[in-house]
Design a protein around this ligand. Sequence first.
Ligand SMILES: NC(=O)c1ccc[n+]([C@@H]2O[C@H](COP(=O)([O-])OP(=O)(O)OC[C@H]3O[C@@H](n4cnc5c(N)ncnc54)[C@H](OP(=O)(O)O)[C@@H]3O)[C@@H](O)[C@H]2O)c1
Length: 173
Amino acid sequence: MMAMSLDGYVARKNHSLDWLNKQPTQNEDHGFFDFMDSVDALVMGSGSLKTVLGFCEWPYVKPVVVLSRSMTKQELPEHLRDKVEFSRASPQELWEVFSEAGYKRIYVDGGAVIRSFLNAGLVQDMKITMVPILLGGGIRIFGETACDVDLELVSAAPFPSGMVDLVYKLKAS
Ligand SMILES: NC(=O)c1ccc[n+]([C@@H]2O[C@H](COP(=O)([O-])OP(=O)(O)OC[C@H]3O[C@@H](n4cnc5c(N)ncnc54)[C@H](OP(=O)(O)O)[C@@H]3O)[C@@H](O)[C@H]2O)c1
């Protein structure tokens, strides 16, 4: 689940989400809590963790695994050390660990990390909120792929703010 500018960016180059926060979304339900209810855990990269650490509150109630080769628990505020695990595993290795733990559905968040899971063939569906803005540059979620990734549109829901929620399933290749 992510919000993306019409030209395909999820954050500015400096990781700012100001363009997202200024959208007039009062009273709009883009399904964050329902989506969170539907997953067993979250995986994100250290880039996304650094952004979330700047939020006023920790927004997750599910277990969070952060993929990082550079960060350690010591860099986390003490109240988050039992809420976040760090891992250097590959997407495939991590999925095996989750499967053994009985987890069935994982929320993969970030930019580079989403690309890693896509390239490993481990993404089943995507929820993208298209934001009516052109940023002209920034951090992308999508990049080069080894082959085409065919998608099936499951739903499309426009909102008064101009945002459009799109749900896609990945077609079996
Ligand atoms: N608009 C939205 O809805 C939305 C949603 C999510 C995130 N965001 C923002 O988008 C930006 C994404 O930036 P990003 O692409 O740098 O973030 P990211 O995917 O969250 O983090 C990437 C970092 O994770 C680490 N990593 C470890 N193992 C990895 C693996 N297998 N594959 C990929 N990365 C791995 C690497 O850093 P080290 O190993 O050096 O630690 C890498 O630089 C952030 O600013 C985030 O806040 C926006």
